[in-house]
Design a protein around this ligand. Structure first.
Ligand SMILES: *[C@@H]1O[C@H](CO)[C@@H](O)[C@H](O)[C@H]1NC(C)=O
Ligand SMILES: *[C@@H]1O[C@H](CO)[C@@H](O)[C@H](O)[C@H]1NC(C)=O
Ligand SMILES: *[C@@H]1O[C@H](CO)[C@@H](O)[C@H](O)[C@H]1NC(C)=O
Length: 361
């Protein structure tokens, strides 16, 4: 007979699991709250009643979900992989209709969003709006779970942001003159200032662990390369916007470090997407890519126009060869590589902690 120590152990473990309070059995398990733009928006925008192009059209979603979800990729986004690594389910959308289970986290991100309210104003949920939605969610949670459970939930959670890309790119793609009204340094300072304000506000409500990313060399996605062709007839990256990304990437770690002296118990992670992206763009085959300049799906030069899934567009034969699915958004394969580095990459690429350590802290 197999009545052994392992049976007894199983029994004890079962008993123990019944003793855990059931009101919020997972309040300290490390939830994931997601903020930012289309790199992290898993479908909120499809519920917006604005003229922002909706990406719930095929072939978006073709690789993994087999149907469009509103994600700007052929498959999963970085936060989808992070939730998987953290043993969480897919994180629900803030705007998803129906009953919410918020205790594993919520996705507040909105494609097209920037840190500045002026970026795609009236079309998307900017970072400030995402913050007020977070505050609203916190109130609802407190009514359900009580203040002390919610405090535990929020202080053990990780807050991930993808923000800034649109603040720097949209002025070029929309032909706006905002960049002529400020010096580059002033403009970057406003963007960073608005990001740190949101972190401080989340901290006030109970958030402690923040995961951010530097920006890609923004002149190198197909949409920027195509713009460079139109503007100068050149065939490389559009340096003018990469310069802004570089300034941003220098200012962000300073700002995040500075918060340490103001906010007790605050901790953070910065992923260096600039270095990771540059390594891939310079040596695609080393990372399993064959095409990093042209988009898989879209129209026009480099298939850079974001017309994927609309009336007229081209789709590549093998999405696994591509870094960019459309003119600006990475493929699932690229997202996976970045997510893996963010999760357990070395301090060379993600610091002072990677997300795995941030979850465990
Ligand atoms: C951008 O603005 C400039 C100056 O206002 C104008 O000459 C040009 O035609 C505009 N380009 C586009 C694509 O709208
Ligand atoms: C936030 O951005 C606005 C422009 O949208 C700017 O006027 C303001 O100064 C910024 N805030 C900070 C703290 O930098
Ligand atoms: C698609 O591309 C990937 C990566 O280059 C390669 O491993 C795979 O064999 C290709 N599939 C087909 C059907 O060609």
């Amino acid at each position: 007979m197999g009545s052994s120590r392992s049976d007894i152990l199983c029994f004890l473990v079962l008993c123990a699991s019944f003793l855990v309070p059931i009101s919020c059995h997972s309040c300290s398990h490390g939830a994931l709250f997601i903020f930012g733009d289309s790199l992290y928006d898993a479908g909120n925008n499809i519920y917006l009643n604005t003229n922002i192009p909706k990406l719930n059209i095929f072939p978006y979603g073709e690789t993994y979900f087999k149907h469009p979800t509103g994600r700007a990729s052929d498959g999963r986004l970085i936060p989808d992989f992070i939730s998987e690594f953290a043993k969480l389910p897919l994180i629900p959308l803030y705007l998803q209709p129906g009953n919410h289970q918020f205790t594993d986290g919520v996705n507040f991100a909105s494609g097209g969003a920037g840190a500045l309210v002026e970026t795609n104003q009236g079309l998307i949920m900017d970072l400030k709006t995402q913050l007020s939605n977070f505050k609203n969610m916190e109130k609802q949670l407190r009514q359900k779970l009580g203040a002390s459970e919610v405090k535990t939930l929020l202080s053990t959670a990780v807050y991930m942001f993808s923000i800034g890309t649109n603040d720097y790119l949209v002025p070029f793609t929309s032909n706006s003159t905002v960049l002529q009204s400020y010096s580059k340094k002033e403009y970057v300072k406003m963007v960073i200032g608005n990001i740190t304000t949101v972190i401080q506000e989340i901290y006030k409500i109970g958030g402690r662990k923040f995961g951010l990313s530097k920006l890609l060399p923004l002149g190198c996605p197909p949409i920027s390369r195509a713009l460079e062709i139109v503007r100068t007839g050149g065939s490389g990256c559009m340096e003018e916007v990469t310069v802004l990304a570089k300034l941003h990437n220098r200012a962000l770690p300073k700002a995040l470090k500075e918060l340490k002296s103001q906010l007790k118990g605050y901790t953070y992670s910065i992923f260096d997407a600039y270095t990771a992206g540059t390594a891939i763009f310079n040596n695609p085959s080393k990372y399993g890519f064959e095409e990093v300049k042209m988009a898989c799906c879209g129209s026009g030069p480099l298939r850079a126009s974001i017309t994927c899934g609309q009336k007229v567009y081209q789709l590549c034969d093998n999405v696994s060869e591509y870094f960019f699915f459309d003119g600006i958004h990475p493929t699932e394969k690229a997202n996976y590589q970045f997510a893996k580095l963010m999760w357990d990459g070395s301090p060379k690429i993600v610091k002072p902690y990677n997300l795995k350590t941030l979850f465990e802290k």
